[in-house]
Write a protein that binds this ligand. Structure first.
Ligand code: ATP
Ligand code: MG
Length: 256
């Protein structure tokens, strides 16, 4: 039975999608059965997995509005070695269309229940907002992985996310917890990044993952080839870090 994790941070451009794609491919590379769910109308996880978002017959959108079963929307990332529920800009409409639905925040959870036994890991790439889409992700998940850059306002932004997670835990999903904070795009030469990283550890202790993802141009290049960075250039520092992160996740879920 799959463990389900959201990759979430309401801040834009912090490395959620890069983390989702590379963790999915890293775990698949370690022999795990992985499903990646794209829950962002930008469809970046879809494109970065080598699936053309403009050519989709069905996507997560039809699942959320009840027009398709989730199994009908599943496709395969050949480059990444994992299955995928893709998304494109149609998903932006779901936010409005769902307003009148009962249990509108639990639709994804119910859908994933139908295919959960087919996987070891289900990863959900959330959009940069604490929206109804993200809420669906949080309601479906066992835990949240929070990628963050060690910059000046990073800690401030975290409190909104932490409060939302607490509320979801209290009202909608008692299973939900923060699995960990992942330091990404890290540049060890920057004093400020070192300082923020230390603050993060003193605040959150062992909730901070040991693995650090460095800033690495190969990770940024990979999506334009429709490939996860861990496949595009296995020997790059970024790829190695995400492979290590996959191993750390496998270890960490033993203790959940
Ligand atoms: P959004 O909030 O828009 O969904 P996001 O949080 O999903 O963004 P990404 O799309 O993963 O963030 O990353 C933002 C940009 O930073 C992308 O161009 C990506 O290629 C680049 N990037 C992510 N991680 C790294 C890294 N470790 N090194 C270099 N570039 C990176
Ligand atoms: Mg993204």
């Amino acid at each position: 039975m799959a463990k389900i994790f959201c990759i979430a941070n309401q801040k834009g451009g912090v490395g959620k999608t890069t983390t989702a794609i590379n963790l999915a491919a890293g775990l698949a590379n370690l022999g795990q059965r992985v499903l990646l769910v794209d829950l962002d109308p930008q469809g970046n996880a879809t494109m970065g997995s080598g699936i053309d978002k403009s050519q989709l017959e069905y996507s997560i959108y039809q699942v959320l509005i009840g027009h398709r079963e989730i199994i009908e929307t599943k496709c395969r990332s050949e480059s990444g070695g994992y299955d995928m529920i893709p998304a494109n800009r149609h998903l932006a409409g779901a936010e409005i269309e769902l307003v009148d639905f009962d249990n509108r925040e639990s639709i994804l959870r119910l859908a994933l229940n139908q295919i959960r036994m087919d996987y070891d890991f289900i990863l959900i790439d959330c959009p940069p907002a604490l929206s109804l889409l993200t809420l669906n992700g949080l309601c479906a998940a066992n835990g949240v992985i929070v990628p963050m850059q060690c910059e000046y306002f990073a800690l401030e932004g975290l409190s909104d996310l932490v409060n939302t997670i607490k509320q979801v835990h209290a009202n909608l999903n008692q299973d939900l917890k923060i699995i960990g904070l992942l330091r990404v795009m890290f540049d060890a030469r920057t004093a400020l990044q070192q300082q923020v990283s230390e603050q993060l550890i003193s605040h959150f202790g062992d909730k901070v993952f040991k693995t650090i993802i460095p800033r690495n141009v190969r990770l940024a290049e990979a999506p334009s080839y429709g490939m996860p960075g861990v496949i595009y250039d296995k020997s790059s520092r970024g790829a190695k870090a995400y492979i290590d992160f996959g191993a750390e996740m496998i270890q960490r879920i033993q203790t959940l």
